[in-house]
Design a protein around this ligand. Sequence first.
Ligand SMILES: [Zn+2]
Length: 126
Amino acid sequence: MKYCSLSSAIRAGSALGPQAFGEWRDDNGATCALGAAAAAELGAEYEGGINLGEFWPYGDTARTFCPKGCFPYSNVHVFGLVVHLNDAHKWTREQIADWLESEEEKLGFVTLVEPGEERELATVSA
Ligand SMILES: [Zn+2]
């Protein structure tokens, strides 16, 4: 696993090409936020049917809410909200990564960076 957090993978993937809306990756190679994360983690030639929960399980388990206050998005999984911000609010993937990074901290996932070491994802107990 190359990226210890979904936010860092989205950020890295957004540098690989333009943004797509409504699909993970379009015919021109543009990617939505989750498609960008997949491209960063797996390379641009990844095939469909990827379960990103294998890499960042909290995307499937942790619940959060839309920062814009959309009613149906008041208690949804992180992955679903990332798609919502990408497709409904047309946030840039960098904006989504910034928001997600603060969510990851609130949810108890912090990025630990040791000089010269692989980054690890740690769960902090309250
Ligand atoms: Zn919303």
